[in-house]
Design a protein around this ligand. Structure first.
Ligand code: PMP
Length: 447
């Protein structure tokens, strides 16, 4: 049977063990914002894959660019003395995109985890090039997510992604995230929360010694940590604080890059220029694996000034600057700009947030609704007053009912994540809302 065949390929490393409660779906086809499973059931993909299929599943321009690049040159390495046309074009294009950040240099990777790893390595290398080899430590936010490689796992602020792989990179320290719904300070006021979180950060900087810290890494809006939107003054004041100690700022824009939050880049939305920026996901919208590290002026200068071998060697993946990936990215960025997806992200994001807040008036188990642009979360609780997280069985039932009612949502712990494509139309948003409403209405048993 089909079920038997799916179970046979069940991967103990990639799927949860409760196969009966949550059997993996076989997604067979995608069209616009919809995906179809192998039984032909159609749902709005309310997660846009893993936050990345920002242009939906039927973008012909990207598919054609990939096909034509495969004809012209499927691969050549962009490593030590060779490059390719698409890589050159993409670098120029990205430099135009990041003109406000004054970023002109890019290093291409195969995805987000690679981009984080490269950024962390670059940060340490930057200080060694400056003759300040003691600057090796990294600071990051609790609840932050930075991919699966060892460096990324080390700066991850969620124990699920850390514990099984310890010991991790030494010299990584995690500080309080400005999360108004849950924080150890017990405050929800934005100004006060920023004050307290930055005071905690400065305390850690001084405790470690500012001149031992290479970089601070964070997501402008935290994604896998449950969509945490810092208060508006947090990032500008964070940047000013880091500047006082000379600490590099790495913005992990793997999710927030290219429009998802309603600004073209998350840190641009906060009015901040980072030293390094990690990009992936919407760079190719899922049509081909590609990531990039955007290298700010301060880091670029250090590498240019270096005449030793140290500045030039030791970065480079087999697939760095893959011509097919770069061709996909070029088409993807052209479409992303032409469709002005930031406007849609802002407009439909506001619409959906208001709809979810409306749902919170009806359903007691909705503890918190939050988001920015089309990056949103609904936190589900069994007791609103004390914010007790809803249980696993309840969440699985909610996800299943939502799917059956026509929307595919991702559940992280007791939080429903919503990050649809940035080309979503109003009636498609309404389908997501209707599916969630039906699921909450049908949900029974203990949350
Ligand atoms: N950083 C962030 C902020 C992410 O959300 C992710 C992936 N969800 C990564 C890094 C890792 O990217 P990838 O899965 O492409 O390796």
């Amino acid at each position: 049977s089909r079920e038997h065949s799916v179970k046979r390929v069940f991967h103990p490393m990639a799927h949860p063990n409760d196969m009966d409660a949550m059997p993996p779906r076989v997604i067979s086809r995608g069209e616009g914002v919809y995906v179809f499973d192998d039984a032909g059931h159609k749902t709005v993909d309310a997660g846009a894959g893993l936050w990345n299929v920002n242009l939906g599943y039927s973008n012909h321009a990207i598919k054609e660019a990939i096909a034509s690049q495969l004809e012209e040159l499927p691969y050549y390495s962009a490593f030590k003395g060779s490059t390719n046309e698409r890589l050159i074009e993409l670098s120029h294009t990205l430099a135009e995109w990041l003109e406000p950040e004054n970023i002109k240099r890019f290093f291409f990777t195969s995805g987000g985890s690679d981009s984080v790893e490269t950024a962390l390595r670059l940060a340490r290398q930057f200080w060694k090039l400056q003759g300040q080899g003691d600057r090796i430590k990294f600071l990051s936010l609790k609840r932050g997510y930075h991919g699966t490689h060892f460096g990324g796992a080390s700066v991850n602020g969620n124990s699920t992604f850390r514990r099984s792989y310890e010991p991790l990179l030494p010299g990584c320290f995690h500080v309080a995230v400005p999360f108004d719904y849950r924080n150890v300070f017990g405050v929800s006021d934005a100004e006060r929360l920023t004050d307290l979180c930055l005071a905690a950060l400065e305390d850690e900087i001084q405790f470690q010694g500012g001149d031992t810290i290479a970089a601070f890494i964070a997501e402008p809006v935290l994604g896998a940590g449950g969509v945490i939107v810092p208060p508006p003054n947090y990032w500008p004041r964070l940047k000013a604080l880091l500047d006082r100690y000379g600490i590099l700022l790495i913005a992990d824009e793997v999710i927030t890059g290219f429009g998802r939050t309603g600004s073209w880049f998350g840190c641009r939305g906060w009015g901040v220029q980072p030293d390094l920026m990690c990009l992936a996901k919407a760079l190719t919208c899922g049509y081909f694996p590609l990531g990039a590290v955007a290298i700010g002026e301060r880091v670029e200068r250090a590498f240019k000034a270096d005449n030793s071998a140290m500045g030039t060697i030791s970065h480079g993946y087999t697939y760095s600057g893959h011509p097919v990936g770069c061709a996909a990215a070029l088409a993807c960025l052209r479409e992303t700009a032409a469709l002005d997806v930031v406007t849609t992200a802002r407009r439909e994001g506001d619409y959906l947030l208001a709809a979810f807040r409306g749902m919170a008036d009806r359903f007691e188990t909705i503890g918190n609704v939050r988001g920015k642009g089309l990056m949103m979360a609904i936190e589900v609780v069994s007791d609103r007053a004390v914010k007790t997280p809803a249980g696993k069985t309840y969440m699985a039932a909610l996800a299943k009912a939502t799917y059956e009612a026509g929307a595919l949502v991702r559940v992280l712990g007791h939080t429903i994540i919503l990050s649809p494509a940035l080309v979503i139309k109003r009636h498609e948003c309404d389908e997501i809302v209707a599916a969630l409403q039906a699921a909450f209405a049908a949900a029974s048993g203990d949350p």
